[in-house]
Each structure stands twice: as structure tokens, then as C-alpha cells.
Design a protein around this ligand. Structure first.
Ligand code: AMP
Ligand code: MG
Length: 322
């Protein structure tokens, strides 16, 4: 049994995986009524909730601690205080249980969990709060083929939501508002496989301040921003010659983004994979799943040397397990 811990931002999660099967995947998310994530507050949340979520994960999996063979911890990338909170918990547990520890890159885990739903060698469209990347495997690494040049798609959506008086996370409410909106043209910014949202952000705020209604703005935001992501993902499929697309990240919970991805894939004869919601959002299941792949390939970290790596990039990781 591999225990996985997720802690990189707002979510603290613990999961148990055995031979690629996720036996439990528990999580709790730091939320705010108004405004965005305060890293120190989110870290405090993680420290307070850790023991409870850990117990729930063991209970749900129906195992006791003695069955745990290694602990996989999301040590990169993310918010430093949150990573610290998770790392401390993981280290103490690994010492107490006398088991190995494996550091897992959060972005890589989003791609790997796509393999649990059947993808073999996909392009990942990773659309989350802080991250927006198009990732695929090429000669020993997961390469970033495209990414946001400014802010992550989720943060972009949340920032707009905040501007119109919606708390964090804003995505689900923007999705609801969008259902009844009409299209207004917004800045569409894509360069090669890179995207940028700041121009659209400014325009949206200006239009809202001028009195344009929330529904039309939400609809237009989704249509424009998602079309950019899908265009970049399609270009990555074309360039790499790969034939599978996987979605990951909280924004991938959006039905319209999923629909656009599905249409693009069917038009070019690619397979489309969308993991279940619990594996799209930040979750420990994907950390445990990836940790198990790594552990089985012989990856182990030294418990006295392993550290957090808030800025580690997806292509910094040597993918020795495939
Ligand atoms: P993550 O960082 O992967 O946990 O994802 C969190 C982000 O996903 C936040 O920015 C949310 O606003 C966003 N999000 C969650 N659900 C949706 C949705 N249905 N549509 C758009 N964005 C969403
Ligand atoms: Mg994530």
C-alpha cells in the first residue's frame, strides 16, 4: 500500500493506492467567503485537518498503518507554506512508521492519473488554479509544450469572479452564469502553444464596470479562454503526433471545456480521456498513484534530505519510471 499526500495549495488530501487501484481518496479544501487564498491560512488549515483526513483515508481503505509501504508527498510545485505543512506531516509519519518517502511533482501526477483511465501516451491539458500547461512525454521527461505566459486559467477566472463579487473558488459559479449568456468579443491571445489571459482580464473588468451583465461576460470568458486552451492542445497533438488528450486540473471540471475538448478530439480522430472529478481537482489519489509508479521503479528520497520545491518545473523531473 502506498499512502499519498496532497498539500500544494488549497487542498489537503490523503489517499491509499494498491497496484494502481485507488482504495481511498479523502480531501478537504481551504475556502474563503471573499478574496483569494492566503498561503499561511491555507497551511494552517492543512496542519489542523491532516490527522483527521489521514484517519479517514485509512478507514475508507479498510487498512491499518502497518500496511503502508511508502509515503508519496507532493513536494512541488506550490505555495511554500502549504508544501511545508504537508512535508512535515509526511516526514513525521514516515519516521514513525519507518517507511520510505517519495517526492512527487504535482503536475506530473495530473498527467499520470490519466493513465488510470486508459490513456497510454497522452497530451495533458492541465488547467488548474495556478497552472496552465500543455504537457507530453518526450525522451525521458514530461515536456511543457505550451503554457500560460501570465496567470493560470483558474486564477484568471477567480480574479474575475472576485471583481464581480463572487468568493473563491469562482469557476463553478461562472459556469452557472455562463449558461444564460451571449457572446461578446474579447481579446484572444495565443502565441504558438502559449496563452495569455491578462488582456482579457482587463477587458472583462472594464466591460463589467461599464455595466455589461455578468452572464454575458461569464459566457464570453469561457468561450474565449477555453477556445485558446483547446487550440493550443490541438497544436500540441499535431506537433507531437500523439493521439490522446487527457484533461487535468480544477478548471477541467467545467462541462463546456470538456465539451470543446471532446469535439476537437473527435474531429481529428484523437481519443479523449477525462478522469473523474475527484481526480481532476487537487487530490492525493494521483499523488499516491504516481508515487507507486515511482516507488516500483526504485525511486526513494532520503528522509533527511528531501525538501519542498515550490518552483520545480514539470520538465525538471527525470521520468525514470516509464
Ligand atoms: P485546482 O487548482 O486544480 O484545484 O483547481 C482550482 C481551480 O479550478 C479554481 O480556480 C476554480 O475556480 C476552478 N474551477 C473549479 N470548478 C470549475 C468549473 N466548473 N469551471 C471553471 N473553473 C472551475
Ligand atoms: Mg492541481
Amino acid at each position: 500500500m502506498i499512502l499519498g499526500i496532497e498539500c500544494t495549495a488549497h487542498t489537503f488530501g490523503v489517499a491509499v493506492v494498491n497496484k494502481g487501484k485507488v482504495l481511498s481518496n479523502m480531501r478537504d479544501m481551504y475556502k474563503t467567503e471573499k478574496g483569494g487564498i492566503i498561503p499561511m491560512e491555507s497551511a494552517k488549515h492543512h496542519r489542523e485537518i491532516a490527522e483527521k483526513i489521514y484517519k479517514e483515508a485509512l478507514d475508507k481503505a479498510g487498512i491499518n498503518e502497518a500496511k503502508i509501504k511508502a509515503i508519496a508527498i507532493s513536494n512541488a510545485p506550490g505555495l511554500a507554506p502549504c508544501l511545508h505543512a504537508g512535508m512535515n506531516f509526511a516526514k513525521n509519519l514516515a519516521k514513525r512508521l519507518n517507511v520510505n518517502i517519495v517526492g512527487v511533482n504535482h503536475c506530473v501526477a495530473h498527467l499520470e492519473i490519466g493513465r488510470s483511465v486508459g490513456a497510454k501516451d497522452p497530451v495533458l491539458l492541465y488547467a488548474s488554479g495556478a497552472n496552465t500547461q500543455i504537457i507530453a512525454y518526450a525522451s525521458g521527461k514530461y515536456r511543457v509544450f505550451g503554457e500560460t505566459l501570465d496567470i493560470g486559467i483558474g486564477n484568471f477566472i477567480d480574479k474575475f469572479a472576485r471583481h464581480i463579487g463572487i468568493g473563491f473558488p469562482g469557476g463553478p459559479q461562472i459556469e452557472k452564469l455562463a449558461l444564460e449568456g451571449k457572446y461578446i468579443e474579447l481579446p484572444y491571445s495565443i502565441k504558438g502553444m502559449d496563452v495569455s489571459f491578462s488582456g482579457m482580464q482587463t477587458k472583462l473588468q472594464q466591460l463589467y464596470d461599464k455595466g455589461i451583465n455578468k452572464k454575458d461576460l461569464s459566457f464570453s470568458l469561457q468561450e474565449t479562454a477555453f477556445a485558446m486552451l483547446i487550440e493550443a492542445a490541438e497544436r500540441a497533438l499535431a506537433h507531437t503526433g500523439k493521439k490522446e488528450l487527457v484533461l487535468g486540473g480544477g478548471v477541467a471540471c467545467n462541462s463546456r471545456l470538456q465539451e470543446m475538448a471532446k469535439i476537437m478530439c473527435s474531429e481529428r480522430g484523437a481519443k479523449f480521456f477525462c478522469p473523474a472529478r475527484e481526480f481532476l481537482v487537487d487530490n492525493a489519489g494521483m499523488i499516491a498513484f504516481t508515487g507507486e509508479l515511482m516507488f516500483n521503479a526504485g525511486v526513494r528520497d532520503d528522509i533527511d534530505k528531501i525538501d519542498i520545491n515550490p518552483r520545480e518545473r514539470t520538465d525538471d523531473v527525470d521520468v525514470v519510471w516509464r
